[in-house]
Write a protein that binds this ligand. Structure first.
Ligand code: BGC
Length: 268
């Protein structure tokens, strides 16, 4: 098996200075891709991740952009395309939560989540698609002109009380990704999602940091362990490689069985 199936490819991972995005950026680097580590705050962490990725012999750079802002996204892509000449892989990962009961949720909480989780994916996918179409297929690099991977969530299909903004954004990602896949297929741009379950990262710290919370969370995961960013990183690296060349327009759940309605194991 080729351990560097992404050799020679240029990738951009949004929200790559922590959590799942960091895991994905490292996995793409290990698979041979050069990686843009996008971040919005804590530049020193993004720079350190880029340094470590570079140590494995590929290129890496940290670029700041708030993905919900058009000017930021356009500037980030201009910097990447200027430096590296193109983009082969976009991983639309940046995402956040602003949780509240619906009766207390502010418009700002709603808009912030939709802005980053959904509008951010649109702005980055638009910029990436333009560049991928412009350059076209280079068979020595990949069978596709480009690959776009959206990081969705089990909450693309599992409703989530207290998180209507987040669940709505991820439900939106499902139809955004499929429509994009339909539209970009003639250009040979492959578009898919990875939908993680409970992955141990800062976004869900309260769900795993105490033994009680951890036990309650494990009740929701048939496979019996909480995920780690590497679980998602490996799945994304494979999905972006030509080994997955015929997978298009799909959401792949990487969730230890969280979407299997675990409570039905006890009856029904
Ligand atoms: C959320 C996490 C949550 C997980 C499983 C993710 O999309 O961001 O907070 O633990 O879904 O419910």
């Amino acid at each position: 098996m080729d351990h560097q199936p992404l050799r020679g490819q240029k990738a951009l991972v949004t929200g790559a200075n922590s959590g799942i995005g960091e895991g994905v950026a490292r996995a793409l680097g290990a698979a041979g891709a050069s990686v843009v580590v996008n971040y919005v705050s804590k530049p020193e962490i993004a720079e350190a991740i880029a340094d470590q990725i570079r140590a494995s012999g590929v290129e890496a750079m940290a670029l700041r952009a708030d993905v919900s802002k058009e000017v930021d996204v356009e500037a980030m892509f201009a910097a990447m395309l200027g430096a590296w000449g193109g983009i082969d892989i976009l991983v639309n990962n940046a995402g956040l939560q602003r949780d509240a009961p619906v009766t207390e949720m502010t418009l700002e909480q709603w808009n912030t989540v939709l802005g980053v989780n959904l509008t951010g994916m649109f702005l980055c996918a638009r910029a990436a698609a333009r560049a991928m179409i412009r350059r076209g297929i280079r068979p020595e690099i990949s069978r596709a002109a480009g690959k776009i991977v959206c990081i969705s969530s089990v909450h693309e299909v599992i409703p989530w009380a207290g998180h209507v903004n987040y669940a709505a954004s991820k439900g939106g990602v499902g139809m955004f990704m499929k429509s994009l896949a339909q539209e970009l297929a003639p250009h040979r741009i492959r578009v898919n999602s990875i939908a993680p379950g409970a992955i141990m990262t800062p976004i869900n710290r309260s769900a795993w940091e105490t033994p009680e919370a951890r036990a309650a969370l494990l009740e929701l995961i048939p496979y019996g362990r909480i995920g780690v960013p590497e679980d998602i990183g490996r799945a994304v690296a494979w999905l972006a490689s030509d080994d997955a060349d015929y997978i298009h327009g799909q959401t792949i759940y990487v969730d230890g069985g969280m979407t299997l309605y675990p409570e039905f194991a006890k009856g029904g």
